[in-house]
Structure formats: C-alpha cells, structure tokens
Ligand binder design. Structure first.
Ligand code: ADP
Length: 478
C-alpha cells in the first residue's frame, strides 16, 4: 500500500510541470501564513495580552514590595504614586490588621479597590489562602462593565504577615481590535496571494524557460546534431547543467568522430592486405600452383600480409583501449637501469642475427614508478622504429640519463631523420612517411601507442631529428 502511494506520488511529481509546482508552493505558503495570522488573531491575541498584562503588573508589585522593604516612607509613597500614574493602576497597601496604609486611585473611584462596592475582603481572603502569598485574578468590574486584573502580594511572609498590597488595572477589551485586525489579515492575505502568485509565475518562468531550452537542445544532440548550444542563464545550477551538457556533447562528438575515423582507417588499412591476399591466392590457384618455387614465394607473401594484418588488428585494439581512458596504469616502483638492461638483453639476440647493433649506455641505479609492461611496449616500439629507420651502419643507441627531473631514456638511430614539418605528425594515428629508406613493415600506429601510454603515465616525451643525421626519441620517467 505504502509502495503504491509512493509510486503514485512519484508519478504525480514527475508529471507536474515545474511552473505549476512553484505556483502551488507559493499558494500553499500564502495559505499557511494567512492561517497562522488568523489563528494568532482569534485565539492567541487575547490570551497573550492577558498573560503579558499579568506579568507586567506582577513585576510592578514586586518592585514596590522591594521599595517598601528597603526605602523610606516618602520614597515608597513616591514610587507608588509613579507606578500607579505611569501604568494606570490603582494601588492599595494594607497593614497586618487590614487597615489601609497607602493608596493611589487613578480611576476616580471606579476600580475594585476604591469603588463604592468595597471588594477588597474577598481578595484578602483569597490571598491568605494562597500558597505562595500572591494572587492574580481576572475579575469583571460591574461599575465600569469591563474585565479587570487584580494582583495581590503578602508583605513579609505567610508566617509573619506584615500587610498586603493590591493592584487593580483594566484589561482592555481586545474584541474590537481583533475584528479590525481580522479584516486586515484578510486584505493582507489577498495581497500576499496576488504578490506570491506574480513572483511564482516570474520565478517559475525564469527557471523553467532555460530548462525547456536545454531539453530541446539535448533532444537535438541525441539526434546527432553536435553543434547544438546549451544555454543556462537563470541560476548557477542551470548554468552548471548547461556546462555539463556542453562538455558531454563535446565528448560524445569526439567519440563519434574517433569511431568514424577508426572505422574509415581500419577498413582502408584492411582492404590493402586483403586485396593482396586475394590476388596472391588467385595467382597460386591459376598460375603458380604447380611451380613450387613461385608458389612458396607467393605463399610467403600471404603469410607476411597475414602477420601484418594480425599486428594491425592488435595495435588497433590496444590503441582504442588506451584512448578510451578505461585503462589505468598498474604502477610499480622499479630500478630503471636494470629494467632497461633486461629489455635490451632480450632484444639483442634477434636484432644481431639481422646485423643490427644495439648499444646501451645505462645510468646509475634509479627508482621510477610506472606500469612496467606498458612502458616496455614504449621502449620496444621506439627500438623497433630505430631498427627500421636507422642508417646502413645498422647501429641503434639506447641511453639512460639520470636528471633531477627523472630518468631520461633516449633511443637514437643514424638514419635519414625526419623532416621538420613531419615531426609533429608522426605521433598521429596512421601517419607513415612516404619515403622509407628500405622496405619497412609497419602499421602506422606504433608511435600513437607510445604517445597514449606516456600520456597515461603523465611522462613527457619528444623527438630531436635532423634530415641526414638520424633521430633521437626520448621520454622522461619519474
Ligand atoms: P610505423 O613505424 O608503423 O609506420 P609509427 O607510428 O611507429 O608507425 O611511426 C610513424 C612514422 O614516423 C613512420 O612511418 C616514420 O615515417 C616515422 N618514424 C618513426 N620512427 C622513426 C625513426 N626512428 N626515424 C625516422 N622516422 C621515423
């Protein structure tokens, strides 16, 4: 049942437009404020006034008792007269034999203490019977036809009564005030309702218009229009929403472009080897099938192209994983010198078979923090390139330099170098220069993978190259 109520509430809430909700909230607020004012007028005002008047009269009585106990007779009479006149209170002081000692009448004998019907004795009895030696009573005075307040205190203590003091004051009728104020509250409520409604409409417009605009833009973006602008403008939250959506749009469009780029490049790169594979397979079928030498040569081309295809596919997958940002480096702290020597030692056998010399200049032992397997990919790609592009002397130089900023690793070759205007392109995906010194097999993704891994680590990197002098690829590990 509770679940159903919750679901219904949620459905109602989610279907109520923002403007209506804000207006409803304001109306509710006005109704609550008016209701509270009404309640205060009708129920609380009279009670509050009586309680206030009683407290005030009691405190005057206590002050007078204090003066009576501590000051001279003249001073007391003076204080009594002041209190009576300033507060419009009639005051009578009696001694222990109930004889009148001091009095002050400010109502021209129209009070309960000094009036013609001497009312004093019932109050004296009530005071004698009271537990704490004080009374405060609301009594209707028939002479003036009004409610009055009588406050009495025992002078001295209940055990040793030295007399008593009585104060009598009119309780103003609040009925007529309440009637006037009720009318005022009514006008005030109507005014509040109108003002509240106007503010609610203005505010809801201000809030909802940009949200509606942003929703329209989001719908357009969902349909593939990535030039949509998200405009905030009404408040910080809406501005932030607009900024977040602009960022999301930018990222989605980037991912979309990357995906299209990837599909175009991959299909282009796959088509060439596949055409070759088909052509050579057809050649074997139609021409060289019976000639073992030619057939083997053609089969070798097929095998090489298949290897290239496999390398290309695995590079594409690795790069897309790295670029998607889903991969985090598994960081370890290792010694750069021994790590580099291990990698180069593994290389040496293979490359030396083909006549290449890899010269390694290690630095002193130095700790670096990186993902060793990913960084191995970096160094291998750079050495592979250096082997592929180095000069006729077939020398490749790897150097470790410990600097204050970190361990700098350099891979140098003696090849033709890279033209200055091409240097910034070589780290781009699928960039391959047209002039290779010798027949070099590559996917055009090696340096993009290097760049992605180094960026993942936050390591800096670069190339120094001059045409005819070879190239130095470097990166700085920390
Ligand atoms: P691939 O080597 O598979 O073509 P890379 O991304 O590794 O792809 O390299 C991109 C391009 O950068 C290469 O085609 C080549 O033109 C250039 N390049 C890379 N390394 C060197 C180097 N050591 N010397 C000269 N050019 C290089």
């Amino acid at each position: 049942m509770l679940k159903r109520i919750k679901a219904l509430r949620y459905r109602l809430q989610s279907r109520t437009p923002l403007q209506l909700r804000i207006c409803m909230s304001f109306v509710l607020f006005t109704v609550i404020v008016s209701g509270l004012l009404w309640l205060m007028e009708t129920i609380l005002l009279e009670r509050f006034y009586y309680a206030f008047k009683t407290r005030e009269t009691r405190s005057i009585a206590l002050e007078l008792l204090d003066t009576y106990a501590n000051c001279s007779t003249e001073e007391f009479q003076h204080a009594l007269s002041d209190a009576a006149v300033n507060n419009q209170i009639c005051i009578s002081v009696f001694d222990s034999k109930s004889r009148s000692r001091y009095q002050r009448d400010v109502m021209d004998k129209k009070c309960l203490l000094h009036g013609y019907h001497n009312y004093i004795y019932p109050f004296v009895e009530e005071l004698a019977a009271s537990e704490d030696g004080s009374i405060s009573l609301t009594v209707f005075d028939e002479q003036i036809g009004m409610q009055t307040l009588v406050v009495g205190y025992v002078i001295g203590s209940q055990e040793d009564v030295g007399g008593c003091i009585f104060l009598n004051t009119i309780l103003e009728p609040v009925g007529s005030t309440v009637r006037i104020q009720k009318r005022l509250v009514l006008y005030f409520s109507i005014l509040l309702l109108v003002i509240g409604f106007v503010i609610a409409v203005a505010l809801s417009n201000r809030l909802s218009v940009p949200i509606v605009r942003i929703t329209d833009s989001a719908k357009r973006m969902a349909q593939g229009d990535y030039r949509t602008r998200f405009e905030g403008g009404s408040c910080r939250e809406v501005d932030e929403l607009a900024r977040a959506l602009t960022y999301a749009e930018h990222e989605i469009s980037r991912a979309d472009a990357m995906q299209r780029d990837l599909v175009a490049n991959v299909s282009h790169d796959l088509r060439t080897p596949l055409t070759m594979l088909k052509a050579y397979a057809e050649m074997i079928r139609d021409l060289s099938g019976d000639n073992p030498v030619k057939r083997n040569a053609h089969l070798q081309v097929i095998i090489d192209e298949t290897d290239r295809l496999a390398a290309l596919v695995s590079d594409i997958l690795d790069l897309s994983k790295l670029e998607s940002g889903s991969q985090k480096p598994e960081l370890q702290t290792i010694d750069a010198a021994s790590w580099l020597s291990d990698i180069i030692a593994r290389y040496r056998g293979v490359s030396e078979q083909m006549g290449y010399q890899i010269h390694f200049t290690p630095g002193e032992a130095c700790q670096v923090t990186c993902d060793p397997s990913k960084m191995e990919r970096v160094i291998c790609n750079l050495i592979n390139n250096a082997i592929n592009y180095t000069g006729e002397d077939k020398n490749v130089f790897v150097r470790q330099v410990n600097t204050p900023e970190g361990v700098r690793v350099e891979v140098r070759d003696t090849g033709n170098g890279i033209e200055e205007d091409k240097i910034q392109l070589i780290f781009d995906k699928y960039y391959r220069s047209e002039h290779h010194g010798r027949e070099v097999v590559g996917t055009g993704l090696g340096l993009s993978i290097v760049k992605a891994i180094l960026k993942l680590h936050g390591f800096t990197f670069g190339v120094h190259s001059r045409v005819g002098e070879g190239s130095v690829f470097w990166f700085l590990m920390k």
